[in-house]
Design a protein around this ligand. Structure first.
Ligand code: NAD
Length: 254
């Protein structure tokens, strides 16, 4: 039996399903993954080098400008057919949760509620010094051209520089989303892991945690990212095509 057929049977009998998503699900909405070539000012940078506290200390304007540009890209992007599948599946009566590594808001804009953001969100800045959340004015969100260095605004409480409230390399994940995700992952019958390379830990361990708890794991990716476990199914292709096809195979009228 094909992996698609087995995956559709697994979905039909599941009461609780978790979508675990990475940058690949947003790639077809025009938001680059770490593997895509960057444009403008950023062509000479490795994104992984811009996403650290060291980079912010060395050149806060460069890092703030990079995140302003990413936030702008996200506001221009629209959810694609893959982002719509969790809420369509929930409409069949299953309990559906979304745990994402993405810092965009495309799941929410596609109608998913209670999305767990393991790596924070572009939409919410915080103070680099005192960590208090902060709001930005429209003027502070303006992006000129394809890339720019922008001096970050200051915290109203302590005058520290503002940074995005996203998890940078070498930083710990926020505890509350991680705990919420662990509960969902350990109690679901099916985990659908979409568009993630499985490299950035601890989030990358989530498919293995689900397998250890007895779930079936369905991977959706352009490349084979399966781990060699008997309870894994691998659906190779674009998330925006594979996920709607899976939903249709399991629930033809959904
Ligand atoms: P990654 O860039 O390491 O891997 C992307 C994965 O998606 C790859 O395995 C690739 O084969 C797959 N992929 C690409 N296009 C696809 C498509 N159309 N359909 C299905 N699969 C596709 O991304 P990751 O694993 O999410 O890495 C983790 C880090 O990347 C996270 O920390 C996340 O915050 C960050 N990130 C997020 C965004 C975003 O918020 N949209 C964008 C870039 C990076």
């Amino acid at each position: 039996m094909s992996d698609m057929k087995q995956a559709s049977f697994a979905l039909q009998s599941a009461r609780s399903v978790v979508f675990f998503t990475g940058a690949g699900i947003s790639a077809e909405s025009g938001i680059p993954t770490f593997r895509d070539k960057l444009t403008g000012l950023w062509t000479t940078y490795d994104p992984q080098r811009l996403e650290t506290a060291e980079a912010f200390r060395a050149n806060a304007a460069l890092v703030w400008g990079w995140y302003l540009w990413r936030r702008h890209q996200t506001t221009q992007a629209q959810p694609n057919a893959a982002h719509l599948v969790p809420s369509r599946l929930a409409a069949t009566g299953r309990q559906v949760s979304v745990v994402t590594q993405n810092i965009d808001d495309l799941h929410e804009r596609a109608g998913s509620a209670g999305v767990v953001h393991l790596h924070g969100s572009l939409a919410q800045p915080k103070c680099f010094a005192c960590h208090r959340p902060a709001d930005l004015s429209e003027e502070q969100l303006v992006v000129h051209g394809d890339g720019q260095e922008v001096e970050p605004p200051r915290c109203r409480r302590c005058n520290g520089k503002l940074r995005p409230a996203v998890v940078w390399f070498k930083e710990d994940l926020p505890m509350a989303p991680w705990k919420a995700a662990m509960h969902m992952v350990k109690t679901c019958q099916v985990l659908i892991s979409v568009g993630t390379s499985g490299i950035v830990t601890p989030a990358a361990d989530i498919p293995e945690i689900a397998l250890a708890a007895g779930a079936t794991v369905i991977h959706v990716n352009l490349a084979d990212v399966s781990l060699g476990n008997a309870n894994e199914l691998m659906l190779i292709g674009r998330a925006s095509e594979v996920l709607p096809a899976l939903l249709k195979a399991a629930f033809p009228t959904a």
